[in-house]
Design a protein around this ligand. Structure first.
Ligand SMILES: [Mg+2]
Length: 346
């Protein structure tokens, strides 16, 4: 098995502002790495979307993949042994889960191509039951946000980043320009725990379905108190990275946002979904600002999620890959083998 990397760049349709310093999406430029595995004349591909927030970087992804050539026992020579390979990689490179996610995706793509079947079929899943995705409306001026809300008129659910002093104005714009839309409000760990309940209560007049990560990560007891008193469901995102986090969050939130780039790929995400269900947590499946290649990996298991937030590729003006289907406001995987994604020739 031969693994290789190459960097790719894409651009978001609208500038993307995230409150956190060091975010991997800066303005409108999205930098990602395609990890390829070549074996037996077949090539599988996966995308790495490292996030500095989780101490991930493009350089670290390249470093991990380059080490596979010098440590052949880590991956072996049978791409079908995905679970065993991923377990060894987690042991060796547990801090670099976006790299492992890309390797996991490339192996799934390879096996699907080898068998001539889409990955969701290999996993025994039925994409026809996949929930609609929400569409992210990035923060901008009122005119910019109005344009984005109107452009998202096909989506019943909008993801709004909250945490500024303008939240009520922003949500009023949704009410005015998308009166039938429901809202998922993402605070990205931005609220002071002492003020979070007041912040949530101040938004009660708006059609909000859930609040994502209202307070900084690592304060699960405060999250639990907020969950107990909040009139709205609370979902953990920044607090929910790896399977062990599910155990800490059990009973303290309504649900968890699982992302392949955080946890290490399809194998780990499936493990987390089962863990979350066993602990009575709802499952949201999310993504980073990823191309169709990265979102396609998550899309294979999206039918397992209660809440789907897989719009990364829809935010791009020049997605370098194609293959996902957009049916109204539902994103679906294709019927093609593997991840079902092909590179767009420009
Ligand atoms: Mg979030």
């Amino acid at each position: 098995m031969h693994f290789s990397t190459r960097r790719i760049t894409a651009h978001t349709t609208y500038p993307f502002h995230i409150a956190r310093p060091g975010a991997s999406v800066d303005g409108s430029v999205v930098r990602r790495i395609v990890v390829s595995v070549e074996h037996d004349g077949i090539v599988g591909m996966g995308e790495a979307a490292p996030s500095p927030y989780y101490n991930q970087s493009l350089e670290a992804v390249e470093d991990v993949v380059s080490q596979l050539a010098t440590k052949p026992a880590l991956v072996g020579d049978d791409p079908f042994l995905i679970r065993a390979i991923v377990d060894r990689l987690l042991e060796q490179f547990g801090q670099h889960r976006s790299a492992i996610a890309a390797i996991d995706a490339a192996l799934h793509d390879w096996v699907g191509r080898k068998l001539g079947q889409p990955v969701w079929r290999m996993l025994g899943l039925d994409p026809s039951v996949t929930k609609p995705t929400s569409m992210t409306i990035g923060i901008g001026s009122p005119d910019e946000m109005t344009e984005r809300i109107l452009a998202a008129s096909a989506f019943r659910s909008l993801k709004i980043k909250v945490g500024s002093d303008h939240d009520a104005e922003t949500l009023s714009l949704v009410g005015r320009h998308a009166p039938h839309a429901r809202v998922r409000a993402d605070a990205n760990a931005g609220w002071d725990p002492g003020q979070a309940l007041d912040r949530i209560n101040a938004l009660r007049e708006f059609p909000i379905d859930l609040i994502e990560q209202p307070i900084p990560a690592g304060r699960s007891d405060e999250l639990e108190r907020l969950h107990e008193s909040s009139p709205l469901p609370i979902f953990a995102d920044e607090d929910c990275v790896v399977p062990e986090d599910i155990l800490e969050l059990a009973g303290k939130v309504t649900g968890v946002n699982i992302k392949l780039a955080k946890c290490g790929g399809i194998c780990e995400a499936v493990r987390m979904i089962h863990l979350a269900r066993a602990h009575g947590l709802q499952v949201m499946l999310g993504c980073m600002a990823e191309t169709s290649l990265g979102v396609a990996a998550a899309m294979q298991i999206a039918s397992m999620a209660d809440v789907v937030d897989l719009d990364g590729h829809l935010l791009l003006a020049d997605d370098p890959f194609s293959g996902l289907v957009l049916d109204g406001d539902r994103v679906l995987p294709s019927d093609r083998p593997g991840l079902g994604v092909v590179e767009v020739m420009r």
